[in-house]
Design a protein around this ligand. Structure first.
Ligand code: PEP
Ligand code: MN
Length: 338
């Protein structure tokens, strides 16, 4: 249930409604917008349905929610959310934000090099996994805290905030310490325990779409995070599994405008994992921006042949530079800036 208040509703009227909602055993989530305040109510909708809420002073209308997600919905918040990452970067709004870096953090010198290169080409955040979700238990699993320390060093050198993945809730204190935005990978999109853990943090979360998830399921996962109190969520379309096997996954470009319509959360695109082939990363990045994405996350490596993970989809820095130049033109044509 969403309670839309009148533009001139007083604090007293708002508090009275919040009190009533709590008394009924429901949870009010208040969003104070520029024009008006909206209260999203979590819990059994039936309990509120029988209450004459529209008779309360200050209430303009009461909207039952048919969709299973509430807090992530456009009905809950009309204007697009802008997520602040490390007090440096904003995701959402007019500016398109690009994160780039290696798939995994492998070695300090290599990471620092890649970080400097991508920064000089316009990336504003550095990506790199220290905990890696690998299909095979025999593949490189990441450097753990050592990798996080290298990321920290790269941040100190370049000023770029860090995007890095959390796979196990026991590592959350480390991520709180080193990450500026915590990535929840595709394989953990429906790890509800993990979603609740990041939901209880104040750190921004980059939630990647599960490889076989519908948009509704994706938004329900984001709802888990918001329902715990963390509204700093960025969604990431990274390709889904289809019958097509030429590419690693199939980039669902239409998910971008669909999610923009259904939700106020910013959406970025990962053309690297979506395609699995470095030669397809640039065209898909351009398509993503043209479709309205608020940013990109791109894998870049100075020596893809020797990369410990995802070398086939990693761009050499100069190729990343070319991507940035072309994506800038697309962004400009769409009224955005990079
Ligand atoms: C990654 O970004 O390194 C990654 C493993 O992504 P995904 O979870 O989308 O596969
Ligand atoms: Mn990867």
């Amino acid at each position: 249930m969403i309670i839309v208040l009148k533009p001139k509703a007083t604090t007293r009227q708002i508090d009275h409604i919040i009190e009533k909602v709590k008394k009924l055993g429901l949870k009010p989530m208040v969003s104070r917008g520029v024009e008006r305040t909206i209260i999203g109510v979590i819990g059994e909708e039936e309990i509120l349905r029988v209450q004459p809420l529209e008779a309360y002073p200050g209430v303009e209308k009461v909207m039952p929610i048919l969709k299973p997600y509430k807090l992530v919905s456009r009905e809950f918040k009309k204007e697009g959310s802008i997520i602040n990452v490390g007090n440096k970067v904003k995701i959402g709004g007019k500016r398109v934000a690009v994160a780039a870096g290696p798939c995994s953090v492998e070695d300090k010198k290599l990471l620092l090099n890649i970080a400097k290169e991508v920064k000089s080409m316009g990336a504003v955040m550095l990506r790199g996994g220290a905990f890696k979700p690998r299909t095979s238990p025999y593949s490189f699993q990441g450097l753990g805290e050592e990798g996080l320390k290298y990321l920290s060093e790269a941040k100190r050198l370049t000023g770029m905030p860090i995007v890095t993945e959390l796979m196990d809730s026991r590592d959350m204190p480390l991520l709180e310490k080193y990450a500026d935005i915590i990535q929840i990978g595709a394989r953990n999109m429906q790890n509800f325990t993990l979603l609740k853990v990041v939901g209880q943090s104040k750190k921004p979360v980059l939630l990647k779409r599960g490889i076989s998830s519908t948009i509704k399921e994706f938004l329900m996962s984001a709802e888990y995070i918001l329902s715990e109190g963390n509204f700093n969520v960025v969604l990431c379309e990274r390709g889904i599994r289809t019958f097509e096997d030429y590419t690693r996954f199939t980039l669902d470009v239409s998910a971008v405008p669909v999610i923009k319509k259904l939700s106020h959360l910013p959406v970025i695109v990962d053309p690297s994992h979506a395609t699995g082939k470095w030669g397809l990363v640039k065209p898909c990045a351009k398509a993503a921006i043209a479709a309205g994405a608020d940013g990109l996350i791109v894998e870049v490596h100075t020596n893809p042949e020797e990369a410990l993970s995802d070398g086939t989809q990693s761009l050499l820095p100069e190729k990343f530079g070319e991507l940035m130049e072309e994506v800038k033109k697309v962004a400009k044509a769409c009224g955005r800036v990079i």
